[in-house]
Design a protein around this ligand. Sequence first.
Ligand code: 5CA
Ligand code: ZN
Length: 482
Amino acid sequence: MSKVERKRWSEEFSEWYNELIETAGIQDKRYPIKGMNVWLPYGLRIMRNIEGFIRSEMERTGHGEVLFPALIPETEFQKEAEHIAGFEGEVFWVTHAGHDPLDVRLIMRPTSETAMYPMFSLWIRSHADLPFKVYQIVNVYRYETKHTRPLIRVREISRFFEAHTAHDSFEDAERQIKEDLEIFEGLARFLALPYVISKRPEWDKFPGAYYSLGAEVMMPDGRTLQIGTMHNYRQNFSRAYNVQYETESGEHEYVHQTTFGMSERLLAAVIAIHGDDRGMVLPPNVAPIQVVIVPIPKKNVEADVFSYAREIARELADAGIRVHVDERDIRPGRKYYDWELKGVPLRIEVGPRDVEGKKAVLARRDTLEKVTVERGAIVEEVRRLLDEIHENLYNRAREFLESHIKRAGSIEEAKALFEERRGIVEIPWCGEESCGLEMEEELEAKMLGVPYPEEEATAPEGSRCPVCGREARFVARFARTY
Ligand code: 5CA
Ligand code: ZN
Protein backbone atom coordinates (compact mmCIF):
# COMPACT_ATOMS: atom_id res chain seq x y z
CA MET A 1 0.00 0.00 0.00
CA SER A 2 1.16 3.51 -0.77
CA LYS A 3 2.33 5.59 2.16
CA VAL A 4 1.33 8.81 0.42
CA GLU A 5 -1.40 10.53 2.39
CA ARG A 6 -3.55 13.22 0.84
CA LYS A 7 -6.24 13.67 3.44
CA ARG A 8 -5.55 17.24 4.53
CA TRP A 9 -4.57 18.06 0.95
CA SER A 10 -8.06 17.26 -0.28
CA GLU A 11 -10.25 17.84 2.76
CA GLU A 12 -8.70 20.97 4.22
CA PHE A 13 -7.10 22.28 1.09
CA SER A 14 -7.36 25.97 1.95
CA GLU A 15 -5.67 25.62 5.33
CA TRP A 16 -3.11 23.18 3.94
CA TYR A 17 -2.22 25.61 1.16
CA ASN A 18 -2.04 28.73 3.30
CA GLU A 19 0.20 27.05 5.85
CA LEU A 20 2.46 25.55 3.24
CA ILE A 21 3.11 28.88 1.53
CA GLU A 22 4.78 30.00 4.74
CA THR A 23 6.26 26.79 6.15
CA ALA A 24 7.84 25.80 2.84
CA GLY A 25 9.42 29.23 2.47
CA ILE A 26 7.45 30.50 -0.53
CA GLN A 27 6.06 33.79 0.76
CA ASP A 28 5.53 35.70 3.97
CA LYS A 29 1.94 36.92 4.20
CA ARG A 30 2.48 39.34 7.04
CA TYR A 31 3.23 42.35 4.85
CA PRO A 32 0.80 45.07 5.98
CA ILE A 33 -1.15 45.42 2.72
CA LYS A 34 -3.89 42.93 2.01
CA GLY A 35 -3.21 40.88 -1.12
CA MET A 36 0.45 41.89 -1.30
CA ASN A 37 2.96 39.38 -0.02
CA VAL A 38 6.71 39.08 0.28
CA TRP A 39 8.53 36.54 -1.86
CA LEU A 40 11.06 34.44 0.05
CA PRO A 41 14.23 33.04 -1.54
CA TYR A 42 13.04 29.45 -1.96
CA GLY A 43 9.71 30.44 -3.50
CA LEU A 44 11.39 32.93 -5.78
CA ARG A 45 13.88 30.35 -6.99
CA ILE A 46 11.05 28.08 -8.09
CA MET A 47 9.27 31.01 -9.74
CA ARG A 48 12.47 31.99 -11.58
CA ASN A 49 12.71 28.48 -12.99
CA ILE A 50 9.17 28.76 -14.34
CA GLU A 51 9.96 32.22 -15.67
CA GLY A 52 13.12 30.94 -17.39
CA PHE A 53 11.11 28.44 -19.38
CA ILE A 54 8.54 31.02 -20.44
CA ARG A 55 11.21 33.52 -21.38
CA SER A 56 13.03 31.04 -23.58
CA GLU A 57 9.78 30.03 -25.26
CA MET A 58 8.94 33.67 -25.94
CA GLU A 59 12.36 34.25 -27.47
CA ARG A 60 12.18 31.02 -29.46
CA THR A 61 8.91 32.11 -31.03
CA GLY A 62 10.20 35.54 -32.00
CA HIS A 63 8.76 37.77 -29.26
CA GLY A 64 10.96 40.72 -28.31
CA GLU A 65 11.17 41.63 -24.65
CA VAL A 66 10.01 45.12 -23.69
CA LEU A 67 9.56 46.90 -20.39
CA PHE A 68 6.89 49.55 -20.03
CA PRO A 69 6.37 51.98 -17.13
CA ALA A 70 4.01 50.84 -14.40
CA LEU A 71 1.95 54.05 -14.56
CA ILE A 72 -0.58 54.90 -17.24
CA PRO A 73 -2.20 58.32 -17.75
CA GLU A 74 -5.95 58.32 -17.17
CA THR A 75 -6.37 59.82 -20.64
CA GLU A 76 -4.83 56.77 -22.33
CA PHE A 77 -6.60 54.30 -20.06
CA GLN A 78 -9.94 55.75 -21.14
CA LYS A 79 -9.82 55.05 -24.85
CA GLU A 80 -11.41 51.60 -25.16
CA ALA A 81 -14.88 51.61 -23.64
CA GLU A 82 -15.31 47.95 -22.71
CA HIS A 83 -11.82 47.77 -21.31
CA ILE A 84 -12.42 50.72 -18.98
CA ALA A 85 -15.76 49.32 -17.89
CA GLY A 86 -14.09 46.02 -17.02
CA PHE A 87 -11.17 47.45 -15.08
CA GLU A 88 -12.38 50.75 -13.66
CA GLY A 89 -13.42 49.23 -10.35
CA GLU A 90 -10.11 47.40 -10.02
CA VAL A 91 -7.45 50.04 -10.50
CA PHE A 92 -5.25 51.75 -7.97
CA TRP A 93 -4.99 55.46 -8.67
CA VAL A 94 -2.10 57.83 -8.29
CA THR A 95 -3.67 61.21 -7.71
CA HIS A 96 -0.91 63.24 -6.07
CA ALA A 97 2.76 63.91 -6.53
CA GLY A 98 4.30 65.33 -3.39
CA HIS A 99 1.86 67.93 -2.11
CA ASP A 100 0.17 68.64 -5.41
CA PRO A 101 -2.77 66.97 -7.07
CA LEU A 102 -1.86 65.75 -10.56
CA ASP A 103 -3.42 67.43 -13.62
CA VAL A 104 -3.73 64.07 -15.32
CA ARG A 105 -4.27 61.30 -12.83
CA LEU A 106 -2.34 58.06 -13.28
CA ILE A 107 -3.32 54.45 -12.83
CA MET A 108 -1.13 51.57 -11.70
CA ARG A 109 -1.31 49.18 -14.68
CA PRO A 110 -3.76 46.30 -14.10
CA THR A 111 -2.45 44.87 -17.43
CA SER A 112 -0.69 46.77 -20.20
CA GLU A 113 -2.89 47.25 -23.26
CA THR A 114 -3.48 50.91 -22.55
CA ALA A 115 0.21 51.50 -21.81
CA MET A 116 1.49 49.70 -24.88
CA TYR A 117 -0.91 50.50 -27.68
CA PRO A 118 -0.29 54.26 -27.89
CA MET A 119 3.36 53.27 -28.46
CA PHE A 120 2.42 50.55 -30.94
CA SER A 121 0.70 53.23 -32.98
CA LEU A 122 4.06 55.02 -33.23
CA TRP A 123 6.10 51.90 -33.90
CA ILE A 124 4.00 50.03 -36.41
CA ARG A 125 4.14 51.68 -39.84
CA SER A 126 3.89 49.18 -42.63
CA HIS A 127 2.94 45.60 -43.46
CA ALA A 128 6.67 44.83 -43.26
CA ASP A 129 6.52 45.49 -39.49
CA LEU A 130 3.98 42.69 -39.08
CA PRO A 131 3.58 40.32 -37.35
CA PHE A 132 4.78 42.37 -34.43
CA LYS A 133 5.39 40.37 -31.25
CA VAL A 134 6.51 41.55 -27.82
CA TYR A 135 6.30 40.36 -24.24
CA GLN A 136 7.13 41.61 -20.78
CA ILE A 137 7.34 40.15 -17.29
CA VAL A 138 6.27 42.77 -14.77
CA ASN A 139 4.28 43.67 -11.68
CA VAL A 140 0.66 44.63 -12.22
CA TYR A 141 -1.90 45.87 -9.76
CA ARG A 142 -5.54 44.89 -9.40
CA TYR A 143 -7.77 45.93 -6.59
CA GLU A 144 -9.39 42.51 -6.39
CA THR A 145 -12.60 42.49 -4.41
CA LYS A 146 -12.93 38.68 -4.19
CA HIS A 147 -11.18 36.87 -1.33
CA THR A 148 -7.41 37.25 -1.81
CA ARG A 149 -5.08 34.24 -1.57
CA PRO A 150 -1.31 34.03 -1.91
CA LEU A 151 -0.23 33.54 -5.55
CA ILE A 152 -3.81 32.79 -6.58
CA ARG A 153 -5.58 36.10 -6.21
CA VAL A 154 -3.30 38.94 -5.27
CA ARG A 155 -3.50 42.68 -5.58
CA GLU A 156 0.05 43.03 -6.73
CA ILE A 157 0.73 40.34 -9.30
CA SER A 158 4.50 40.32 -9.12
CA ARG A 159 5.19 38.01 -12.06
CA PHE A 160 2.76 38.96 -14.82
CA PHE A 161 3.73 37.39 -18.15
CA GLU A 162 2.07 39.25 -20.98
CA ALA A 163 2.61 38.77 -24.69
CA HIS A 164 1.09 41.28 -27.12
CA THR A 165 1.04 40.83 -30.87
CA ALA A 166 -0.20 42.71 -33.95
CA HIS A 167 -1.07 41.18 -37.33
CA ASP A 168 -2.18 42.12 -40.81
CA SER A 169 -5.24 39.86 -40.77
CA PHE A 170 -7.64 37.99 -38.57
CA GLU A 171 -6.21 34.72 -39.92
CA ASP A 172 -2.70 35.65 -38.89
CA ALA A 173 -3.96 36.58 -35.41
CA GLU A 174 -5.62 33.16 -35.26
CA ARG A 175 -2.27 31.58 -36.10
CA GLN A 176 -0.82 33.45 -33.16
CA ILE A 177 -3.46 32.03 -30.83
CA LYS A 178 -2.47 28.56 -32.07
CA GLU A 179 1.16 29.32 -31.30
CA ASP A 180 0.17 30.53 -27.82
CA LEU A 181 -1.67 27.27 -27.27
CA GLU A 182 1.44 25.33 -28.30
CA ILE A 183 3.64 27.36 -25.98
CA PHE A 184 1.15 26.78 -23.22
CA GLU A 185 1.07 23.03 -23.89
CA GLY A 186 4.87 22.90 -23.61
CA LEU A 187 4.81 24.88 -20.39
CA ALA A 188 2.09 22.71 -18.87
CA ARG A 189 4.10 19.59 -19.77
CA PHE A 190 7.19 21.16 -18.22
CA LEU A 191 5.24 21.75 -15.00
CA ALA A 192 3.42 18.39 -15.21
CA LEU A 193 0.09 20.19 -15.16
CA PRO A 194 -2.82 18.75 -17.13
CA TYR A 195 -5.45 21.35 -18.07
CA VAL A 196 -8.49 22.07 -20.21
CA ILE A 197 -9.04 24.97 -22.59
CA SER A 198 -12.42 26.65 -22.80
CA LYS A 199 -13.73 29.48 -24.90
CA ARG A 200 -15.24 31.94 -22.47
CA PRO A 201 -18.87 32.92 -22.80
CA GLU A 202 -19.60 36.43 -24.13
CA TRP A 203 -20.37 37.74 -20.65
CA ASP A 204 -17.06 36.63 -19.24
CA LYS A 205 -14.61 37.65 -21.95
CA PHE A 206 -11.58 39.76 -21.19
CA PRO A 207 -12.78 43.38 -21.31
CA GLY A 208 -12.28 44.55 -24.90
CA ALA A 209 -11.66 41.10 -26.42
CA TYR A 210 -13.43 39.63 -29.44
CA TYR A 211 -13.05 36.25 -27.77
CA SER A 212 -11.07 34.81 -24.85
CA LEU A 213 -9.68 31.37 -24.14
CA GLY A 214 -8.96 30.19 -20.62
CA ALA A 215 -6.75 27.32 -19.48
CA GLU A 216 -7.97 25.69 -16.27
CA VAL A 217 -6.44 23.19 -13.89
CA MET A 218 -8.20 21.12 -11.23
CA MET A 219 -7.34 22.02 -7.67
CA PRO A 220 -7.34 19.40 -4.86
CA ASP A 221 -10.75 20.52 -3.56
CA GLY A 222 -12.37 20.16 -6.98
CA ARG A 223 -12.41 23.87 -7.77
CA THR A 224 -10.77 25.04 -10.95
CA LEU A 225 -8.03 27.64 -11.32
CA GLN A 226 -7.44 29.63 -14.48
CA ILE A 227 -3.69 29.69 -15.08
CA GLY A 228 -3.49 31.23 -18.51
CA THR A 229 -5.52 33.13 -21.08
CA MET A 230 -5.28 33.94 -24.76
CA HIS A 231 -7.35 36.66 -26.31
CA ASN A 232 -8.09 37.67 -29.87
CA TYR A 233 -8.94 41.38 -29.86
CA ARG A 234 -9.64 41.62 -33.56
CA GLN A 235 -9.43 45.39 -34.26
CA ASN A 236 -11.11 46.56 -31.06
CA PHE A 237 -8.00 48.08 -29.54
CA SER A 238 -6.28 49.13 -32.76
CA ARG A 239 -9.29 51.30 -33.60
CA ALA A 240 -9.29 52.85 -30.14
CA TYR A 241 -5.52 53.46 -30.17
CA ASN A 242 -5.15 54.10 -33.86
CA VAL A 243 -2.69 51.33 -34.54
CA GLN A 244 -2.53 51.30 -38.33
CA TYR A 245 -0.21 49.96 -40.98
CA GLU A 246 0.21 50.64 -44.65
CA THR A 247 -0.66 47.71 -46.89
CA GLU A 248 1.34 46.77 -49.98
CA SER A 249 -1.11 48.71 -52.09
CA GLY A 250 -0.68 51.79 -49.92
CA GLU A 251 -3.93 51.73 -47.96
CA HIS A 252 -4.14 52.19 -44.22
CA GLU A 253 -5.59 49.35 -42.18
CA TYR A 254 -6.02 48.70 -38.48
CA VAL A 255 -3.96 45.81 -37.12
CA HIS A 256 -5.46 42.69 -35.58
CA GLN A 257 -4.20 42.03 -32.06
CA THR A 258 -3.83 39.20 -29.60
CA THR A 259 -2.57 38.78 -26.05
CA PHE A 260 -1.50 35.85 -23.94
CA GLY A 261 -1.21 36.19 -20.16
CA MET A 262 -0.07 34.20 -17.13
CA SER A 263 1.13 34.87 -13.60
CA GLU A 264 2.42 33.35 -10.37
CA ARG A 265 -0.79 31.36 -10.37
CA LEU A 266 1.32 28.85 -12.28
CA LEU A 267 3.32 28.30 -9.12
CA ALA A 268 0.13 28.06 -7.07
CA ALA A 269 -1.03 25.27 -9.39
CA VAL A 270 2.29 23.44 -9.10
CA ILE A 271 2.19 23.60 -5.30
CA ALA A 272 -1.48 22.70 -5.01
CA ILE A 273 -1.77 19.97 -7.60
CA HIS A 274 1.34 17.94 -6.87
CA GLY A 275 1.42 18.25 -3.07
CA ASP A 276 0.40 15.84 -0.34
CA ASP A 277 -0.04 15.86 3.44
CA ARG A 278 3.71 16.13 4.00
CA GLY A 279 4.00 19.27 1.88
CA MET A 280 5.11 20.18 -1.61
CA VAL A 281 6.22 17.74 -4.27
CA LEU A 282 8.09 19.72 -6.91
CA PRO A 283 8.46 18.60 -10.50
CA PRO A 284 12.24 18.14 -11.02
CA ASN A 285 12.20 20.74 -13.82
CA VAL A 286 11.51 23.58 -11.41
CA ALA A 287 12.87 22.26 -8.12
CA PRO A 288 15.68 24.56 -6.91
CA ILE A 289 17.19 21.46 -5.32
CA GLN A 290 16.53 18.26 -7.24
CA VAL A 291 18.48 15.99 -4.94
CA VAL A 292 19.26 16.52 -1.28
CA ILE A 293 21.91 14.36 0.35
CA VAL A 294 21.47 13.67 4.04
CA PRO A 295 24.53 12.24 5.77
CA ILE A 296 23.70 9.99 8.70
CA PRO A 297 26.95 10.05 10.67
CA LYS A 298 27.88 7.81 13.58
CA LYS A 299 30.46 8.63 16.21
CA ASN A 300 34.04 8.29 14.94
CA VAL A 301 33.13 7.88 11.25
CA GLU A 302 31.59 11.35 10.75
CA ALA A 303 34.38 12.54 8.49
CA ASP A 304 34.06 9.52 6.23
CA VAL A 305 30.31 9.89 5.88
CA PHE A 306 30.53 13.60 5.09
CA SER A 307 33.26 13.21 2.52
CA TYR A 308 31.36 10.32 0.88
CA ALA A 309 28.26 12.57 0.69
CA ARG A 310 30.25 15.44 -0.82
CA GLU A 311 31.85 13.16 -3.34
CA ILE A 312 28.45 11.97 -4.56
CA ALA A 313 27.24 15.57 -4.65
CA ARG A 314 30.18 16.64 -6.79
CA GLU A 315 29.48 13.90 -9.27
CA LEU A 316 25.80 14.80 -9.49
CA ALA A 317 26.58 18.50 -9.89
CA ASP A 318 29.02 17.67 -12.69
CA ALA A 319 26.19 15.80 -14.38
CA GLY A 320 24.11 18.99 -14.30
CA ILE A 321 21.86 17.99 -11.41
CA ARG A 322 20.92 20.58 -8.76
CA VAL A 323 22.14 18.95 -5.57
CA HIS A 324 22.57 20.03 -1.97
CA VAL A 325 24.26 18.33 0.98
CA ASP A 326 22.46 19.05 4.24
CA GLU A 327 25.29 19.33 6.74
CA ARG A 328 23.28 21.02 9.46
CA ASP A 329 23.87 19.82 12.98
CA ILE A 330 20.36 18.47 13.56
CA ARG A 331 18.88 14.98 13.55
CA PRO A 332 18.42 13.28 10.14
CA GLY A 333 14.71 12.80 10.82
CA ARG A 334 14.31 16.54 11.14
CA LYS A 335 16.12 17.03 7.83
CA TYR A 336 13.83 14.55 6.08
CA TYR A 337 10.86 16.44 7.39
CA ASP A 338 12.16 19.81 6.14
CA TRP A 339 13.03 18.65 2.65
CA GLU A 340 9.80 16.73 2.27
CA LEU A 341 7.93 19.90 3.18
CA LYS A 342 9.95 21.79 0.56
CA GLY A 343 9.18 19.18 -2.06
CA VAL A 344 12.71 18.12 -3.05
CA PRO A 345 12.07 15.28 -5.55
CA LEU A 346 14.84 12.93 -4.40
CA ARG A 347 16.68 12.37 -1.15
CA ILE A 348 19.89 10.39 -0.84
CA GLU A 349 20.67 8.95 2.58
CA VAL A 350 24.23 7.91 3.32
CA GLY A 351 25.39 6.25 6.54
CA PRO A 352 28.55 4.40 7.60
CA ARG A 353 27.30 1.13 6.16
CA ASP A 354 26.73 2.80 2.79
CA VAL A 355 30.26 4.17 2.83
CA GLU A 356 31.60 0.71 3.61
CA GLY A 357 29.45 -1.14 1.08
CA LYS A 358 29.76 1.63 -1.56
CA LYS A 359 26.03 2.19 -1.76
CA ALA A 360 23.36 4.81 -1.08
CA VAL A 361 19.66 4.87 -0.33
CA LEU A 362 17.48 6.90 -2.72
CA ALA A 363 14.07 8.05 -1.46
CA ARG A 364 11.45 9.42 -3.88
CA ARG A 365 9.34 12.31 -2.65
CA ASP A 366 6.33 11.49 -4.83
CA THR A 367 5.78 7.85 -3.80
CA LEU A 368 7.97 7.84 -0.65
CA GLU A 369 9.60 4.64 -1.93
CA LYS A 370 13.23 3.83 -1.20
CA VAL A 371 15.79 1.90 -3.18
CA THR A 372 19.40 0.98 -2.45
CA VAL A 373 21.80 1.78 -5.28
CA GLU A 374 25.43 0.87 -5.95
CA ARG A 375 27.83 3.78 -5.76
CA GLY A 376 28.73 3.57 -9.44
CA ALA A 377 25.10 3.65 -10.57
CA ILE A 378 23.93 6.68 -8.59
CA VAL A 379 24.06 9.34 -11.32
CA GLU A 380 22.28 7.17 -13.81
CA GLU A 381 19.66 6.09 -11.29
CA VAL A 382 19.06 9.67 -10.16
CA ARG A 383 18.48 10.74 -13.77
CA ARG A 384 16.08 7.87 -14.33
CA LEU A 385 14.17 8.53 -11.13
CA LEU A 386 13.83 12.27 -11.79
CA ASP A 387 12.25 11.47 -15.16
CA GLU A 388 10.01 8.89 -13.58
CA ILE A 389 8.90 11.33 -10.87
CA HIS A 390 8.00 13.88 -13.52
CA GLU A 391 5.93 11.32 -15.43
CA ASN A 392 4.28 10.07 -12.28
CA LEU A 393 3.28 13.58 -11.20
CA TYR A 394 1.82 14.29 -14.59
CA ASN A 395 -0.10 11.03 -14.75
CA ARG A 396 -1.41 11.32 -11.21
CA ALA A 397 -2.63 14.85 -11.90
CA ARG A 398 -4.17 13.82 -15.20
CA GLU A 399 -6.13 11.01 -13.58
CA PHE A 400 -7.32 13.46 -10.96
CA LEU A 401 -8.43 15.95 -13.61
CA GLU A 402 -10.14 13.33 -15.77
CA SER A 403 -11.98 11.83 -12.81
CA HIS A 404 -13.30 15.32 -12.04
CA ILE A 405 -14.92 15.99 -15.40
CA LYS A 406 -18.45 14.65 -15.70
CA ARG A 407 -21.42 15.08 -18.03
CA ALA A 408 -24.93 15.88 -16.86
CA GLY A 409 -28.19 16.12 -18.79
CA SER A 410 -30.19 18.07 -16.24
CA ILE A 411 -29.69 20.71 -13.58
CA GLU A 412 -30.56 18.18 -10.87
CA GLU A 413 -27.96 15.78 -12.10
CA ALA A 414 -25.38 18.55 -12.31
CA LYS A 415 -26.19 19.67 -8.77
CA ALA A 416 -25.74 16.13 -7.48
CA LEU A 417 -22.36 15.90 -9.18
CA PHE A 418 -21.23 19.16 -7.63
CA GLU A 419 -22.31 17.91 -4.21
CA GLU A 420 -20.43 14.68 -4.68
CA ARG A 421 -17.05 15.83 -5.93
CA ARG A 422 -17.29 19.29 -7.46
CA GLY A 423 -14.97 19.35 -10.47
CA ILE A 424 -16.13 20.31 -13.95
CA VAL A 425 -19.62 19.40 -15.10
CA GLU A 426 -20.43 19.54 -18.81
CA ILE A 427 -24.04 20.35 -19.66
CA PRO A 428 -25.81 20.72 -23.02
CA TRP A 429 -26.56 24.37 -23.78
CA CYS A 430 -28.58 26.18 -26.41
CA GLY A 431 -26.08 29.04 -26.53
CA GLU A 432 -28.38 31.73 -25.11
CA GLU A 433 -26.89 34.01 -22.51
CA SER A 434 -30.01 33.94 -20.36
CA CYS A 435 -29.96 30.14 -20.11
CA GLY A 436 -26.23 30.17 -19.33
CA LEU A 437 -26.68 32.73 -16.58
CA GLU A 438 -29.58 30.82 -15.10
CA MET A 439 -27.53 27.64 -14.95
CA GLU A 440 -24.70 29.56 -13.26
CA GLU A 441 -27.12 30.75 -10.61
CA GLU A 442 -28.85 27.41 -10.04
CA LEU A 443 -25.56 25.57 -9.77
CA GLU A 444 -23.73 28.29 -7.86
CA ALA A 445 -20.97 27.73 -10.37
CA LYS A 446 -19.29 29.61 -13.17
CA MET A 447 -19.56 28.77 -16.83
CA LEU A 448 -15.95 28.28 -17.92
CA GLY A 449 -17.14 28.26 -21.49
CA VAL A 450 -17.32 25.68 -24.22
CA PRO A 451 -14.51 23.21 -24.97
CA TYR A 452 -11.85 24.47 -27.37
CA PRO A 453 -11.13 23.68 -30.19
CA GLU A 454 -14.74 24.14 -31.07
CA GLU A 455 -15.22 20.76 -32.76
CA GLU A 456 -15.12 19.34 -29.25
CA ALA A 457 -17.85 21.69 -28.08
CA THR A 458 -20.79 20.37 -30.08
CA ALA A 459 -23.59 18.84 -28.03
CA PRO A 460 -24.47 15.16 -28.50
CA GLU A 461 -27.22 14.77 -31.08
CA GLY A 462 -30.72 15.19 -29.71
CA SER A 463 -29.59 16.71 -26.41
CA ARG A 464 -31.55 19.65 -25.04
CA CYS A 465 -30.76 22.76 -23.05
CA PRO A 466 -32.02 21.95 -19.54
CA VAL A 467 -33.27 25.52 -19.03
CA CYS A 468 -35.34 26.27 -22.14
CA GLY A 469 -35.72 22.75 -23.56
CA ARG A 470 -34.55 23.80 -27.02
CA GLU A 471 -32.04 21.75 -28.94
CA ALA A 472 -28.54 22.17 -27.51
CA ARG A 473 -25.80 23.58 -29.74
CA PHE A 474 -22.89 23.17 -27.35
CA VAL A 475 -21.76 21.48 -24.23
CA ALA A 476 -20.81 24.09 -21.68
CA ARG A 477 -18.42 23.54 -18.79
CA PHE A 478 -19.37 24.62 -15.29
CA ALA A 479 -17.19 24.65 -12.20
CA ARG A 480 -16.72 26.30 -8.84
CA THR A 481 -13.66 28.38 -9.42
CA TYR A 482 -10.86 30.16 -7.61
N1 5CA B 1 -4.26 41.46 -20.91
C1 5CA B 1 -4.74 40.09 -20.78
C2 5CA B 1 -3.74 39.14 -21.33
S1 5CA B 1 -2.09 39.55 -20.87
C3 5CA B 1 -5.04 39.80 -19.34
O1 5CA B 1 -4.75 40.59 -18.47
N2 5CA B 1 -5.66 38.65 -19.10
S2 5CA B 1 -6.14 38.17 -17.66
O2 5CA B 1 -6.81 39.21 -16.96
O3 5CA B 1 -6.90 36.98 -17.85
O4 5CA B 1 -4.87 37.81 -16.84
C4 5CA B 1 -3.96 36.84 -17.32
C5 5CA B 1 -3.68 35.81 -16.26
O5 5CA B 1 -3.18 36.43 -15.08
C6 5CA B 1 -4.89 35.03 -15.78
O6 5CA B 1 -5.16 33.95 -16.61
C7 5CA B 1 -4.46 34.57 -14.40
O7 5CA B 1 -3.72 33.35 -14.52
C8 5CA B 1 -3.54 35.66 -13.94
N3 5CA B 1 -4.20 36.57 -12.98
C9 5CA B 1 -5.22 37.43 -13.20
N4 5CA B 1 -5.56 38.09 -12.08
C10 5CA B 1 -4.74 37.62 -11.10
C11 5CA B 1 -4.59 37.91 -9.71
N5 5CA B 1 -5.34 38.83 -9.09
N6 5CA B 1 -3.65 37.23 -9.01
C12 5CA B 1 -2.85 36.33 -9.62
N7 5CA B 1 -2.95 36.03 -10.92
C13 5CA B 1 -3.87 36.66 -11.66
ZN1 ZN C 1 -31.50 27.39 -23.38
